[in-house]
Ligand binder design. Structure first.
Ligand SMILES: Nc1ncnc2c1ncn2[C@@H]1O[C@H](COP(=O)(O)OP(=O)(O)OP(=O)(O)O)[C@@H](O)[C@H]1O
Ligand SMILES: [Mg+2]
Length: 232
């Protein structure tokens, strides 16, 4: 039996509660099992990013709890939460969020440096990851010298650096042409299959949605549907 890796329990988020409240996410229940490959879809403003941020402990719910691999992250003090995130969750953002002055190798190794992994081990791991995403010939390039698709692959390699159980990706293909988007999705699907990493990604892209095995649709901050499908 697969175990629940993400459990969002009755999660709500209201922005500006004292002025003009925005109910971005309302009473959402989601259970995601280890090894799932899930697309989070819905119109702009439906709460996808807000929900992903709360599931990853980047933002705090107004109500409800988020339990990741048995740990109630919504109860963790800030320093413990940072540490938990560092070891368990990888993030990929729409805008890549790479550090411009660092090379691909340094960007991917950054999180491992924070974890104080010894240099030799770190360099090996970074090289393996950059090979995995097909960038072994770009390890010394800085983000400005890479295409959008290549930068996004660096961002995926970085998200995987600490061997997270979960990767949360907010519109990872939004800035990519269709070839790069497909390439990235194939890398994610391969890692999901071979390393059992759970992926939850928000997207507007039909081609990306087709690759998911489960599609959760948000409308006005609520789950409108949650269906399994055969990827195509
Ligand atoms: N920091 C914030 N302060 C106030 N309102 C916010 C904040 N962040 C998001 N919102 C509001 O919450 C709602 C949900 O936003 P969210 O970014 O989660 O939507 P989304 O589904 O990710 O949209 P998109 O597809 O455009 O990325 C929107 O109405 C948005 O304006
Ligand atoms: Mg968003």
């Amino acid at each position: 039996m697969a175990k629940t890796i993400i459990d969002a329990h009755n999660v709500s988020k209201t922005f500006n509660p004292k002025t003009i409240p925005v109910h971005a996410v309302q009473n959402v229940h989601v259970h995601i099992e280890e090894g799932e490959f899930v697309a989070l879809v819905g119109p702009s403003g439906s709460g996808k990013s807000t929900l992903l941020n709360m599931m990853g402990g980047l933002d705090e719910p107004t109500a409800g709890s988020v339990i990741i691999d048995g740990v109630e992250i919504t109860e963790l003090p800030e320093n413990k939460l940072i540490d938990f995130r560092l070891h368990n969750i990888g993030f990929v953002f729409q805008s890549f969020n790479l550090i411009p002055v660092l090379t691909a190798k340094e960007n991917v190794g950054f999180v491992l440096q924070l974890q104080k992994m010894p240099k030799k081990e770190r360099e090996e791991r970074v090289l393996t990851l950059l090979k995995e995403v097909g960038l072994e010939d770009k390890i010394n390039s800085k983000p400005g010298q890479l295409s959008g698709g290549q930068q996004q692959r660096v961002a995926v390699a970085r998200a995987l650096a600490s061997k997270p159980k979960i990767v949360l990706a907010d519109e990872p293909t939004a800035n990519l042409d269709s070839k790069s988007a497909e390439n990235l999705l194939n890398i994610m699907a391969k890692l999901n299959k071979e390393e059992k990493i759970t992926f939850l990604f928000s997207t507007h892209d039909q081609r990306v949605i087709r690759k998911a095995r489960r599609v959760i649709t948000l409308v006005d901050g609520k789950i409108a549907s949650d269906v399994e499908q055969t990827p195509s």
